[in-house]
Design a protein around this ligand. Sequence first.
Ligand code: CMP
Length: 513
Amino acid sequence: MFADILGVLQTILAEARGQGTAWLLLGLVLTRVWLRASPRESETSTRFQFVLMLLALHLLLLPATGLSTTFGAGVARDLRLTGSAAGAIAGVCLAGLLVFRLLLPRLRIAIPRIVQDIVVAVICVVAVFGTASRAGLDLSGIVATGAVLTGVIGLALQDLLGNVFGGLGLQLDHTIRVGDWIRVQEVTGRVVELRWRSTSIETRSWETVIIPNSVLTRSQVTVLGRRSGEARRWRRQLTFNVDFRFAPSQVIDSVLKAVRAQPIDNVASEPQPDCVLLELGDSSARYAVRYWLTDLAHDVPTDSVVQTRIYYALRRAEIPLSMPAHAVFLTQDSPERQQDKREADHDRRVFALSRIGLFRDLSEVERAELAAGLHYAPFARGEVLTRQGADAHHLYVICSGTVSVRAGAAHMEHEIAQLASGEFFGEMSLLTGAPRSATVVALTEVECYRLDAEAFRRLLEQRADMAEKVAGALAERRTGLLANRDKLSDGRALGDITQRDLLDKIRAFFSLS
Ligand code: CMP
């Protein structure tokens, strides 16, 4: 009895030796250790589970084969063949995992998944055939009938094969890569996975569209933003209409200044955004701003920022967007109505002035006079209102919103103050003739009125106390700039100037007594 058990065990061990079970287990342990140390990848884990199943079958069949051999059962050969084939496939898959998922990525060699799968599949077939012939099984019959079978299966699986070969072609010639943005028929999205049968695309609306590879090879596929030898950028075109009363050069200049002044997130700096006259239509001229988007996921939000810039630029230049030609105007634009409009606008400016601390003490008449020299100037968030070093032509009063005052070397500016509704800026250069001492950027949407130098000069002539007031603010702000001087690396000499000196400077500059 004991001798029988020993005999069975010896047969099982001999089977295991003959089928290379120890090597398979060693390979399994190595792959497992490496898998634990690598980032989790679902496809690799699935493949590993498949190998585990095959090895389990292989190990189960070992004692069954041993018993059948010992007791001379007729199935011993079939069991051995099945176990060896399972072991051979498991071994090839393990080797495939080690080579394609561990070794080659470390050597920075990228081989398309589909090619990896084909190589592994072919070696599996060869290994199974080798195992069978070693077991003395003649497979030539299978090969002969295989040709007929292949024909039959080929016909039945025409679609599947079309997809598989489509996928193979796409991956081999790199037509489409993971991460590309593509448009196929009605679908636009980012390629997230290229598989044997299909390609997965994630759209901007958080949908995943699975496109059969045969559709991709048969349809027109547009790869967005790709141009050979260039970084990924996608041109966007935003149109707007303006009345014929405004010269194209004036419209284009105003818009260009606004869209180029300050970088916009996801808008390429090269090529720069441009603005062109597209068409002289029936009732208005059609313009387009074209810009190059760098992150294709943010198309609509970036369009929105660019369009906001266009809108504010046109409002600052007092260029209205044109209404559609079929609009029916029921109000007659009589001289009285125009006068009413002017008065309402004037009242708005006077009201805005009354809220600005600097002008609060002015009389009604003075305020009304000053209001005539104001220009409405709204800005979108992120726009630059004045730039450090620029020539000054205006004083700004803020009606709503917040701005950041920044100073420092080019591209290294930092905030030295924030100004909000009711405050003013731009007085330093306007009063002394010096270039702008800081850059002022809109932190929110900002509504300002611009006061030109001439209107301001007239006010100072009438109100000596006003010059003193502004000189006070100016001296205080200069102190703020000075306090930040050590942080400013552009080496600008600000000098210690007193309020008195400033007042004299202002008076001299405006030729005031
Ligand atoms: P100006 O030099 O004409 O243009 C930039 C403006 O930023 C400047 O006038 C001031 O109005 C404003 N500014 C400069 N320094 C300060 C500061 N320390 N605090 C508040 N505003 C300032």
